[in-house]
Each structure stands twice: as C-alpha cells, then as structure tokens.
Ligand binder design. Structure first.
Ligand SMILES: *Cc1c(COP(=O)(O)O)cnc(C)c1O
Length: 389
C-alpha cells in the first residue's frame, strides 16, 4: 500500500507504509550479520548457556557501566529472579506504580508478597514519591512490612531514583528498577542499569534493545546478589551440576537470542540517538497542538514509546488508522482496575493520575527507522484529526 501525502505540493510524492515498530528495517541495516550469528550457534550446538551468553553479559555490563549483568529468559523473569534472590514473600509489601505493564505487579503477587499500588506523576508517568510515602504508612497500619519499591522507567524515561532510593533507605527497603522499556537511557550522569539495588530489563521484540523472542537481564553492583541470580535462573544450582542450593526456576537466556543481541548491540547507541531525533521532531511538530511527553532535566529517554495526551483518543486513533498510521494504547487500564489486581491495596491518596492517563494517552509510531517524510505525514494527519475531533 502506498499513500499520497496530503500537502499541496506540485510534485505529489508517496511514502512507504508506516510501521509502529520496524524490525525488518533494522535487520536490513545489519545485513547478514544476524543470520550468520544464528548460523554459528546452530553449528556449535551449545544452545543453553553457550559462549555467546557470557560474551553478551560482558558487553551489556560495559554498555551501561554496571558491575554485573545476568541474562535471563524475559523481563518478567528478571523481576522475579530479583524478588526470589531477596527472599520476598508473604507479609512483605512491595510498592509499585499502578500505571505500568502487568509484569511489574505480577511477580510480587507470584512470590506471595503484596503489591501496593501507588499513583504516578502527571509529567513523567513515573512513580509519585508523595503517593509512595502515603502508601508506606497505610501498608504499615495494615500490618504489612515495607520491603521494596519497584520503580518503572515508563516509556523509556528513568524514574526519579534520587528521591525514591532515599525514601526506600529510610525504611530499609530495596529498590528494583523495572527498566524493561529504558535500557539505553540515562540520568544523573549515569546509565540505566546502575540505579537502585538491581535493574531488570527486557529484550522482548518491541523494546528498545530486542531479540527475536523473549529475553531479559538483571544488572547489579552486588557480587553476592549476582551469584544468587545465576543460581536461581538455573534451578537454584550450586557450583556442581545436580546440587540445588535454593528453589529456583528455568530462567536462562537462549544462546541464539544472545547471538542476536550481540549483533544488535553494535548499532544500539546509534539507534538510541536516532530515537532522540525522532522525539525532537514530534516535539517540534506537536507541542503546540497536544500534550507531549517531557523529559526531566539532564535525562535521556530511550523512547520506547512516544505517548501524547489527547481528548477523543478513540476517534483520533480510528482516523489515523484509516490514513495508514498505526497507534497503540499503553495502557487502557491501570493495574488496580484489572480483575486480577483489584483486591490489592492502593495508596490512600488515590490513583487519579493513573486513571486519567489510561483514558487519554496515545502512543505514536516510534522506531529508529521512521523517516522524516513519514513523520511529517503523521504530524500533519494528527493535526487534522485533532482539529476535527
Ligand atoms: C515488557 C515489560 C515487562 C516484561 O518484560 P517481558 O520480557 O515481556 O517479560 C515488565 N515491565 C514492563 C514495564 C514492561 O514494559
């Protein structure tokens, strides 16, 4: 499908179909590098914890400046492994934002602890420290023991770790960074992977650094934690095979996925820079029209998503789709409104921002290969759709 651009230019021109995320363009750019890397794994046959896994872990740690990187089977397992390593369980309150993907709270419930939902900030969409304070008080009153905070770097922007870690430290709580969407981002002169006590990321295909299936990693500067995580991802294995020191899971990253990630890492920094340019162009074209995302001073977002806030979201999205522009809603419901999570405690001050965001955010196409022409088209069509709605 090719479309005519609407602008009244004398030479009418056409553009390529617009994708929400374009993994094929990335594969074309890498030539046969990925195919060859997968082929090498097929030839050596070490499909589980093969040499590429260790190589990738070293590259990931160097890339973000973390001391240890432990790869695993998914972003969800990355979060779960951290909770298992800290022996989080019944009676423990773990504070999470309500406006996030289900996995953030799911792992807390899975280990038998209690997720306590907090509200998020209107401008960054990240955990609101005031809501967190209130939630800690009410969890204590309810007889729970405040144990940890999972801060989510929603849509790619790091949360405010300075405030969140000092709140956590006052209560002796750990901070786990859910960086599923933010690997490659920066704040306070450091990179994602170095904030909090541990960082969990995901290599799911739609994330900024992705593989061809499920994958994830945990970063930490704590050597004992790194040892426990390695053991837990392989059934709690000790230094010898069939020696099980703890109850773990099968949470290893496939060697083939590690091989894919090694190739993709070679262009990752350039891709993150391309995302900055694209976010800039959206900002320049849309800031006067709709509410656009704001990046905190000194921070660099990984721009997993570019989310605008609008009224009449459904009609605007329908109009855009008819014009060949795919959009997405992250997330149509906050977790405290979901059937699986509605009975868990919430911050006593309410979750009005989470609810408002779930009713009004719309994510636009965002990937490093989005052309300037496509973006101009998206901006002009969005302008028309908003003005008409
Ligand atoms: C994607 C995502 C996860 C889970 O990652 P998977 O690799 O899909 O298991 C966790 N938290 C957030 C915020 C996510 O966006």
């Amino acid at each position: 499908m090719r479309r005519q651009l609407p602008e009244a230019t004398s030479a009418a021109y056409t553009i390529e179909p617009i994708k929400f995320v374009d993994l094929l363009a990335q594969r074309r750019r890498l030539g046969d590098g990925i195919d060859k890397a997968i082929w090498r794994v097929l030839e050596h046959g070490h499909f589980i914890l093969g040499p590429e896994v260790e190589e990738l872990e070293a590259l990931l740690a160097t890339c973000c400046g973390a001391r240890y990187a432990v790869s695993c089977a998914s972003g969800t397992d990355a979060l779960l492994l951290a909770l298992l390593a800290w022996e989080t369980g019944p009676g423990d309150a773990v504070f999470v934002p309500s406006f996030t993907f289900a996995a953030t709270a799911e792992v807390v419930a899975l280990v038998g602890a209690t997720p306590v939902f907090c509200d998020v900030l209107e401008d960054s969409f990240n955990l609101d420290p005031v809501s967190l304070d209130a939630a800690i008080c009410s969890a204590e009153e309810a007889g729970l023991s405040p144990t940890g905070v999972i801060a989510v770097d929603l849509f790619g922007q790091p949360a405010d770790y300075h405030i969140l870690t000092s709140t956590a430290a006052r209560k002796g709580m750990w901070v786990l960074s859910d960086a599923a969407q933010s690997f490659g981002a920066q704040r306070y002169g450091g990179s994602v992977g170095t904030f909090g006590d541990a960082t969990a990321t995901s290599f799911y295909p739609a994330k900024p650094l992705s593989c061809y299936g499920d994958g994830g990693a945990i970063f930490t500067s704590d050597p004992d934690l790194a040892v426990r995580l390695r053991s837990l991802r392989a059934h709690g294995e000790g230094s010898e095979r069939y020696e099980h020191l703890r109850v773990g899971i099968n949470g290893r990253l496939d060697t083939i996925q590690a091989a894919v990630l090694i190739q993709k890492l070679t262009i990752f920094e350039e891709e993150i820079e391309a995302r900055q340019r694209i976010a800039h162009r959206y900002h320049a074209g849309l800031a006067r029209l709709v509410s656009v995302p704001r990046v905190s001073m000194g921070a660099r977002s990984a721009w997993a998503q570019y989310a605008i806030r609008i009224k009449n979201r459904e009609s605007v999205a329908t109009t855009l789709l008819a014009e060949g522009i795919p959009t997405a809603v992250h997330y149509p419901k906050s977790l405290h409104e979901q059937p699986a999570y509605q009975d868990f405690p919430v911050a006593p001050t309410g979750l009005s921002v989470s609810t408002a965001l779930s009713d009004s955010l719309l994510c636009l196409p965002m990937h490093p290969y989005l052309s300037e022409t496509s973006q101009s088209y998206i901006i002009s069509r969005l302008r028309q759709a908003v003005e008409r709605s």
